[in-house]
Design a protein around this ligand. Structure first.
Ligand code: 5GP
Ligand code: MN
Length: 348
């Protein structure tokens, strides 16, 4: 990010009565909510009076501790309010996604909206539905980019503890508590600055990771004990969850967050997946190690996308057919150590 890149934003923010909307992607994660609320608090601290955060759908309980999380407008619940806000917005910040379709039900309203759309994101290959794009794949998280934006706007003083807590949550969750996408020293410089504002990193970690319901913990046990398939020969491990499994463990939004990562903790496994039977399709998450590019896997075979080592998609077929389809693809790709997925070069 540099001064030239943020010049249009500087200009747009010259009037503090500007109507601003911040939107993020469907099934928002810690970075989606953290970067949105971090930007929201920064803008309100800076004197902007008309700022709203809209999430396409609900978000997990373990993110609800963030300051003013209850003010987020949920698209699926408040359809008419979100429609009016999007229509009337003069500036629309689009955070943590690279394709407007990732906002699902909001996407048509966003496409029609007259407001100036600014994308701030760290996923590869942003699509061009936006008036201005800040896309940095080397950044750990969108939260980190919001911090850089604030510095370039020369409004560091507007970063208070609430901004810091939200941005820290985005960085912690998108790096899996500093276990991936975290080899850049800049990430730690930013974290150090946020810490100096008096945030309690230990408590934030507890709020996010140590607030499981008993059902969620038992669902995890079921995933690992009964529904994990390890294909050593193909360096692949996957977990599956049927609608019946979800019902049995009283599934709540966010309960499967992070479960896909366990496959990668097995020695020799380079690619992990989770298949979850939803109402209309099978939702899939992928994780990988090193140069195994699951963004390309998700894009090519599962109507999805994401990052090189963390991606997702879906398949409109039964759970068993989807798994069979996946196994056939993996059998082919792993024979050449997933070389065929490499190709695109604009990643770090
Ligand atoms: P998760 O597996 O945690 O849902 O998502 C991992 C990454 O993949 C995130 O960066 C997320 O934005 C992206 N992702 C997940 N599902 C989809 C999808 O259906 N389409 C696209 N384009 N990206 C996805
Ligand atoms: Mn992110």
């Amino acid at each position: 990010m540099n001064n030239k890149l943020i010049a249009p934003i500087k200009k747009l923010l010259s009037d503090n009565s500007t109507k601003i909307v911040i939107v993020s992607h469907v099934n928002p994660d810690g970075d989606a909510i953290g970067s949105s609320l971090g930007l929201y608090h920064f803008l309100t601290n800076s004197g902007y009076k008309n700022v709203d955060v809209i999430s396409p759908n609900g978000f997990p309980d373990f993110l609800k501790w963030m300051p003013d999380a209850d003010k987020i407008i949920i698209g699926t619940k408040s359809t008419s309010i979100s429609t009016v806000k999007i229509k009337e917005a003069e500036v629309i910040f689009c955070l943590d996604f690279n394709d407007i379709e990732r906002t699902e039900d909001l996407s048509n309203r966003l496409k029609k909206a007259k407001g100036y759309k600014i994308l701030i994101d760290h996923h590869p290959d942003p699509q061009d539905h936006f008036n201005h794009i800040i896309s940095e794949v080397r950044s750990s998280s969108t939260a980190e980019l919001i911090y850089e934006l604030i510095l370039l706007l020369e409004r560091e003083k507007a970063i208070d503890k609430r901004v810091a807590e939200c941005l820290y949550a985005g960085i912690v969750t998108d790096t899996g508590s500093f276990s991936y996408a975290c080899n850049n020293p800049r990430t730690y410089e930013i974290v150090s600055y946020l810490m100096k504002l008096g945030i309690d990193g230990e408590n934030i970690h507890r709020q996010i990771y140590d607030t499981y319901s008993e059902d969620r913990m038992r669902l995890l046990g079921h995933c690992l004990g009964s529904n994990l398939v390890v294909l050593h020969k193909y360096k692949t491990a996957y977990i599956y969850l049927s609608a019946e499994d979800l019902k049995r463990f009283n599934y709540q939004e966010g309960d499967t967050e992070g479960v896909v990562n366990y496959g990668l903790s097995i020695e020799g496994i380079r690619l992990a997946a989770i298949f979850i039977e939803k109402k209309d399709n099978i939702k899939i998450s992928f994780r990988s190690e090193g140069d195994v590019n699951v963004n390309n896997l998700a894009r090519r075979y599962f109507n999805g996308g994401g990052h090189r080592n963390a991606a997702g998609g879906n398949n409109k077929d039964t759970l068993s057919h989807t798994i069979k389809y996946f196994e056939n693809i993996i059998k082919e790709l792993s024979s050449n150590d997933f070389d065929a997925l490499r190709e695109v070069t604009n990643y770090n």
